[in-house]
Design a protein around this ligand. Structure first.
Ligand SMILES: [Zn+2]
Length: 257
């Protein structure tokens, strides 16, 4: 398997997943047509599927034009996104496998950012869309703090620590600066922030992360941290410090950061 990262729009990422044995490929979240089409042609692959993590326009914006070029494409998304994902042909509902050439992918339902948000898994890579970012999580447009906590920590978080996290937006530096503000004593955040600033200064992206790195630096996966709990108590003295209540306060602070 080979993954090609394709920057789109201002800070979105599409990802081309290539089965090297068959040269078939799937595209995760083609935000816009032109940059994705350029990479497809450069790689000389046969695109067989569009895999959408959720219905937002900046994740499905290239679907229609890709379908105009390649009318037989499968367009995959959650069954509850029926009518919201342009050109959708496959409606994930159970334990379907997603085939790209000889690659066999799986998926999990991760409500929180949207009700139909999903993550795709191929080999050791997870494509998390706007659910889990490096050092952050998506805004709660259609879900509760409890749902987002479960999606990130119990569902995605149950995969092996070395799982690579391919996220939907380049928000990492800002996310780490926020993470540092709510957990200033965390040396993992400090170290990663320095690395990320260096990458960004040289014009590079920060994807992918790993689940291990997220467990150490992502404030939405660190409700066990006494420092995070203190931050929450300062903001909200009556907070009961349940994982969902902590996520609610940290997410609200990030909305206003
Ligand atoms: Zn979104």
């Amino acid at each position: 398997m080979k993954v090609v990262t394709i920057p789109c729009l201002r800070d979105n990422y599409a990802y081309l997943i290539i089965c090297e044995a068959t040269r078939q490929a799937g595209i995760i979240d083609p935000s816009e047509f032109s940059p994705v089409w350029k990479v497809i042609q450069q790689q000389g692959i046969t695109l067989v599927s569009i895999l959408n993590t959720h219905h937002h326009w900046d994740h499905v914006g290239g679907n229609q034009q890709l379908l105009t070029k390649l009318p037989d494409l499968k367009v995959v998304g959650h069954h509850s996104d029926r009518g919201r994902i342009p050109g959708q042909t496959h409606y994930l509902e159970g334990d379907e496998t997603i085939n790209i050439g000889q690659l066999r992918g799986t998926w999990t339902h991760n409500p929180g950012h949207t009700s139909g948000a999903i993550t795709y898994y191929f080999e050791e890579a997870a494509f998390t869309g706007d659910t889990l970012f490096a050092a952050g999580c998506g805004r709660l447009f259609e879900g509760t703090p409890g749902q987002m906590h479960h999606s990130i920590n119990q569902v995605i978080g149950s995969f092996p620590d070395h799982t690579q996290i391919y996220f939907g937006h380049e928000y990492t530096q800002n996310n780490l600066e926020f993470a540092q503000s709510v957990e200033p004593g965390n040396r993992w955040i400090q170290t990663k922030l320095e690395e990320v600033r260096q990458l960004r200064r040289s014009g590079k992206g920060t994807t992918p992360s790993t689940l291990e790195s997220e467990k150490l630096t992502n404030p939405f996966m660190r409700d066990h941290s006494p420092e995070i709990q203190n931050t929450v108590k300062q903001q909200d003295p009556s907070n009961n410090l349940s994982p969902a209540s902590i996520l609610r306060v940290i997410r609200r602070m990030k909305d206003n950061y």
